[in-house]
Write a protein that binds this ligand. Structure first.
Ligand SMILES: [Mg+2]
Length: 245
């Protein structure tokens, strides 16, 4: 029986050029950190790339949170300790005060049509609504992107971040940890996402996915636009519950 609906954020609730956002995020953070550490911003591009790749790896065996592994990898690559309180405060300030201004230009961030309605439809149906965004960023950075999507942290029972996750999508371990924190089984969750590779996981784990996008991925239990999902949610859930019964 479905008890929770988990939304992906980027290109599910929020339309944006994610590659452009990431480039802008790294450029801004690198120039800030370079000033503090008296190095050149260009010298920090590779450490950033390495750290994102490390947490995203599907071959991980460690039990570190994504934040810890990111910080360790970054430190090994350039000697800057992101977990030092002063550096942490600097990055937090950057994500709180500067990053929310990155929505314009080539990033072109705006809400996906029907996103707000879909989130409200989940709560109206008596289900729990959670944000299962790929956990590569802090909550502060997730909040900046949520704002661009016209949603906020208060709309969700749980938001995945680099601090509360030890894997990235499409690792089943990531989804399992997220469901555990919600107090649900994966069979009780419906994932909604745009990415056939990251948001649709092996059916053996029990998690089912509604796909919002233009593709025809195998393994999705539903596909269509977010506007349609918002309208059809009660029927989608009823159909899955009937199949389970
Ligand atoms: Mg996405």
């Amino acid at each position: 029986m479905i008890k929770a609906v988990l939304f992906d954020l980027d290109d599910t609730l929020l339309r944006l050029n994610l590659t452009a956002f990431l480039a802008r995020y790294v450029a801004g953070a690198a120039s800030l950190l370079a000033q503090a550490a008296r190095t050149s911003p260009a010298a920090l591009a590779l450490p950033y790339a390495r750290s994102f790749l490390a947490i995203d790896s599907q071959d991980r065996r460690d039990s570190l949170t994504n934040e810890r592994l990111f910080n360790q990898t970054f430190f090994s690559a350039c000697g800057i300790p992101l977990d030092d309180p002063a550096i942490h405060d600097l990055v937090d300030y950057y994500e709180r005060e500067v990053v929310p201004g990155y929505s314009g230009g080539v990033v072109a961030a705006r809400p996906v049509e029907g996103a707000r309605e879909a989130v409200e439809a989940v709560w109206s149906a008596g289900l729990t609504c959670a944000l299962a965004t790929n956990p590569t960023f802090s909550l502060t950075c997730d909040q900046a992107r949520m704002g661009w999507a016209g949603v906020s942290v208060d709309d969700f029972a749980l938001v995945s971040t680099h601090a509360n996750s030890t894997r990235c999508k499409p690792s089943v371990r990531y989804y399992q940890e997220f469901a555990n924190q919600l107090g649900m089984r994966l069979e009780e969750c419906l994932m909604v996402g745009n990415d056939a590779r990251r948001d649709i996981v092996s059916p053996d784990c029990g998690l089912r996915t509604a796909y919002v996008g233009h593709g025809r991925p195998r393994g999705a239990v539903w596909r269509g636009s977010m506007e349609r999902f918002a309208r059809e949610l009660p029927q989608v859930v009823a159909r899955l519950n009937e199949a389970d019964a």
